[in-house]
Design a protein around this ligand. Structure first.
Ligand SMILES: CC(C)(COP(=O)(O)OP(=O)(O)OC[C@H]1O[C@@H](n2cnc3c(N)ncnc32)[C@H](O)[C@@H]1OP(=O)(O)O)[C@@H](O)C(=O)NCCC(=O)NCCS
Length: 178
């Protein structure tokens, strides 16, 4: 394939981002999730990255804000959700590149914790570990091994536990996976 680049989304990318999520997932839940997060303001444009081949968007990753809530504290974190690579370009390392670039950007912008719901064979290679090891739980039914967390700094998870609160768009679209 031709080479591709990864960059933050720009004005005018929203429709192509909708399309790549729709195509990769084969359903519109994740595409609508991105649109609603954007509409609701639960969205940092600098943490919405696209993979671009020529002038075509072939992949997308988003890190919306979440909160880890216990009766003692509320801790800001990010979710990694959704992640989509166009079906014609899967298994070429583009998903991994989006994750690595995305996590680098999350760190650079001072974020400390990322949560993902995803395949337990895929995300550990990026450093994600089961969140239950830290007493961090999903607000919806989810196998323990699929609900993972990544501290972006040493000690980022010290004293942090609780249930993850997602932006409302996750409930209205029914899209909780990465
Ligand atoms: C999941 C996804 C983002 C991976 O992107 P990609 O560019 O194909 O992935 P990479 O090339 O970086 O990595 C390929 C690896 O991912 C695995 N993989 C691909 N799709 C997967 C999926 N849906 N679930 C779990 N693993 C998957 C491949 O088996 C391969 O594993 P290996 O390295 O052990 O051989 C992409 O396949 C996709 O958009 N799928 C549809 C949407 C989706 O399911 N998103 C998130 C699911 S957790």
């Amino acid at each position: 394939m031709d080479s591709y680049i990864i960059r933050p989304e720009r004005a005018g990318d929203a429709d192509a981002i909708f399309e790549v999520n729709l195509q990769a997932f084969g359903q519109d839940g994740e595409a609508r999730l991105v649109r609603e997060l954007r509409h609701d303001g639960d969205f940092f444009p600098g943490l919405s990255l696209v993979a671009v081949c020529g002038d075509r968007i072939i992949g997308h990753i988003l890190f919306p804000p979440v909160t880890i809530v216990s009766d003692r504290s509320e801790t800001a974190a990010l979710a990694l959700a959704p992640l989509a690579v166009h079906q014609d370009f899967q298994c070429l390392g583009i998903g991994a590149a989006l994750i690595e670039e995305g996590l680098k950007e999350c760190r650079r912008l001072g974020n400390r914790i990322v949560i993902v719901v995803g395949h337990p064979a895929y995300y550990p290679r990026f450093g994600f570990v089961p969140a239950r090891e830290f007493g961090i739980h999903a607000p919806f039914p989810c196998p323990d091994e699929a609900f993972m967390v990544l501290p972006l700094e040493d000690n980022a998870l010290d004293g942090v536990s609780g249930t993850v609160r997602y932006p409302p768009a996750f409930d209205t679209t029914g899209a909780h996976t990465s």
